[in-house]
Design a protein around this ligand. Structure first.
Ligand code: SF4
Length: 257
């Protein structure tokens, strides 16, 4: 199977129905589905400032500054900087490319499977949402595994909140230090925020996810694009087409930067 055929198969699985006539270049399909692009980005740059207050935690706040990646991973696994450490089974540092990282994919907090396995979405065979995420990233040309890996996936807080509740502001503040340290080491070009909690934290806006999508935000001098969490897409497959629009916006944004 050629690369184009594989990519077309992945897009179809995500909810797209590409024209039956072969060979339609995927890039052309993307552009046709997402025009007009320049106006959308221009509006996003002019978006109003954040509407909610957040504490920008430096990496040094929790002793994460100055560490290399293995040491940072170890520090996160033993971190007790907020109350979420009390009931976690494993802190979830994240998985993906460690060099030449293009996309940092920041998801909502770990789910039960992530907490059990200590890996971010897809590190265990129970995670359908992780498999969908991997297909989405591969289709977007930013895989998190393999020789060409260019994405790193990590949750907005590294420890699962009890009973899956939303993380509290002090917990988000504390764990931003770990995320900041990951950014310093991985040096991604763009952040893709998947899910409402990750999106609100990184945009600083207490708005519905639908209003955060389709525009480019900024966090720590990085462009941020918002999309659906893969677990939501499994429940609402009609929104997969919208998720693909978001991935195309992320691609165009990174290419323009
Ligand atoms: S959620 Fe983050 S800050 Fe809180 S204990 Fe876990 S790693 Fe540390």
């Amino acid at each position: 199977m050629s690369w184009d055929a594989r990519q077309r198969a992945m897009l179809a699985e995500m909810g797209f129905r590409l024209p039956a006539a072969a060979p339609v270049a995927v890039e052309a399909v993307e552009l046709a589905q997402t025009e007009p692009e320049p106006e959308r980005i221009a509006v996003a740059v002019a978006a109003p400032p954040p509407a909610i207050v957040r504490v920008a935690a430096p990496a040094a706040a929790a002793g994460f500054s100055g560490l290399d990646l293995p040491a940072l991973r170890e520090a996160v696994s033993g971190c007790r900087a907020c109350g979420l450490c009390e009931q976690r089974r494993n802190a979830v540092f994240g998985q993906g490319a460690l060099e030449q990282v293009q996309w940092l994919v920041v998801t909502d907090p770990p789910d039960e499977a992530d907490d059990a396995g200590g890996e971010a979405m897809g590190g265990n065979p129970l995670s359908d949402s992780g498999r969908l995420l991997d297909r989405m990233l591969l289709a977007a040309g930013q895989p998190r595994t393999g020789d060409a890996a260019s994405a790193f996936v990590t949750p907005i807080v590294k420890c699962r909140p009890p009973r899956g509740r939303a993380p509290l502001p002090p917990e988000l503040d504390a764990c931003e230090a770990a995320l900041a340290a990951q950014v310093e080491l991985l040096r991604p070009r763009l952040v893709l925020a998947l899910g409402l909690q990750a999106a609100r934290r990184l945009t600083g806006l207490a708005e519905p996810l639908g209003r955060l999508r389709g525009r480019v935000h900024r966090w720590r001098d990085l462009p941020v694009v918002v999309s659906f969490h893969p677990a939501y897409l499994l429940r609402s497959p009609a929104d997969k087409a919208g998720a693909w629009d978001d991935l195309c916006l992320a691609r165009r944004t990174m290419q323009a930067s």
